[in-house]
Design a protein around this ligand. Structure first.
Ligand SMILES: Nc1ncnc2c1ncn2[C@@H]1O[C@H](COP(=O)(O)OP(=O)(O)OP(=O)(O)O)[C@@H](O)[C@H]1O
Ligand SMILES: [Mg+2]
Length: 313
């Protein structure tokens, strides 16, 4: 099994409030309130741990409210290399009503100082060589520039690490320039980052070629229930998940990424890697949370995934 570091620069506490009906401007009583430590790298870490890997989690964590993260880290046995920064880790509030309507209120995170950014670079320079791969996932916090982010990806690569990147917008554009080993955008994120259309397989293949030329070996393009297209030099595969009933899509992309890393680091056959990763992502959508809770269900989902070689159309 591999030793993997995940970096989440802008983690969040997910607060889910359930109530019958939201009455704006009035006092509302909630039925339940669930809080959990989240953020893309933290989610990927949990799925990687379910797959048996030795995982450490890092990034920037607000020093005023680290309890939920510290409890998760302790219960999962993760290495904790988060840099504590003054202030509170942001909260993302989801108000879920009985009729299925969900209202999201996303808060900004703490401002991350230059000093904290230097600390993170120093930390990865010291511990980086212990790891086989690093996942850099999620958005940039306040105070962190796209240019610094690019430097971070370069620094991780220079340490000989396989860098898997999952972000969007300016951060993805900047990160790509540093030539990470793998990226996992959805179709919209890829279109935005490269400023080109990515609707057809031919368009995605051309985008992947450009990315390969920039040093990105694996381009994993996800598109929700339609599945995944995976381009690496000499291989282009498409996976279509089986039809599943959707409980929540939270963590689907993170599960796909964890599954791809698992297969690639374990040197599994490409078809096996993609089939399992697609099944792990499908399993995430069948649950309110995500993760590998039932091996028999995973095996059933795997047998329902269709994998085929892509030819341009
Ligand atoms: N309804 C679904 N049924 C089966 N599999 C799904 C479904 N929705 C998503 N998936 C799986 O999860 C993968 C990732 O989903 P998606 O493309 O929506 O990722 P994303 O946009 O990065 O999402 P996020 O970052 O919010 O997790 C898909 O490629 C697919 O394999
Ligand atoms: Mg995503």
């Amino acid at each position: 099994m591999a030793k993997i570091l995940t970096l989440t620069l802008n983690p969040a506490l997910d607060l889910t409030v359930r109530l019958a009906h939201l009455e704006p401007g009035a006092v509302n009583r909630s039925e339940t309130l669930l809080t959990h430590a989240a953020g893309k790298g933290v989610n990927v870490a949990q799925v990687l741990a379910d797959l048996g890997h030795d995982v450490s989690v890092g990034g920037f964590l607000g020093a005023s409210n680290p309890e939920a993260f510290e409890a998760l880290i302790a219960s999962r046995g993760f290495g904790d290399v988060f840099i504590r920064v003054p202030g509170e880790t942001r909260s993302n509030i989801k108000i879920a009503e009985q009729d299925g309507r969900v209202t999201d209120i996303n808060a900004p995170g703490p401002l991350v100082s230059e000093q904290a950014q230097k600390k993170l670079l120093k930390m990865v320079a010291i511990i980086g060589p212990e790891f086989d791969a690093v996942v850099v996932a999620g958005s940039l916090p306040r105070g962190v520039s796209a240019q610094w982010f690019q430097e971070l990806i370069h620094a991780l690569k220079d340490l000989g690490l396989k860098v898997a990147l999952d972000t969007s917008g300016e951060a993805l554009r900047a990160g790509i320039k540093a030539g990470p080993w793998l990226i996992k955008p959805n179709t919209e994120e890829l279109a935005e980052a490269l400023d080109c259309a990515t609707d057809t397989i031919a368009q995605q293949a051309r985008a992947a070629e450009r990315l390969h030329a920039q040093g990105v070996e694996h381009v994993v393009v996800s598109h929700g229930a339609d599945g995944v297209n995976w381009f690496s030099p000499g291989t282009a595969l498409q996976a279509t998940p089986p039809k599943v009933s959707v409980a929540s899509t939270v963590g689907a992309g993170d599960s796909l990424l964890a599954g791809m890393l698992h297969g690639l680091l374990g040197c599994d056959l490409p078809e096996v890697t993609l089939r399992r990763a697609t099944a792990i992502a499908a399993m995430a959508v069948t649950q309110i949370g995500f993760g590998i809770s039932d091996d028999a269900q995973l095996a059933r989902l795997e047998s329902g995934v269709r994998v085929r070689t892509l030819t341009e159309q």
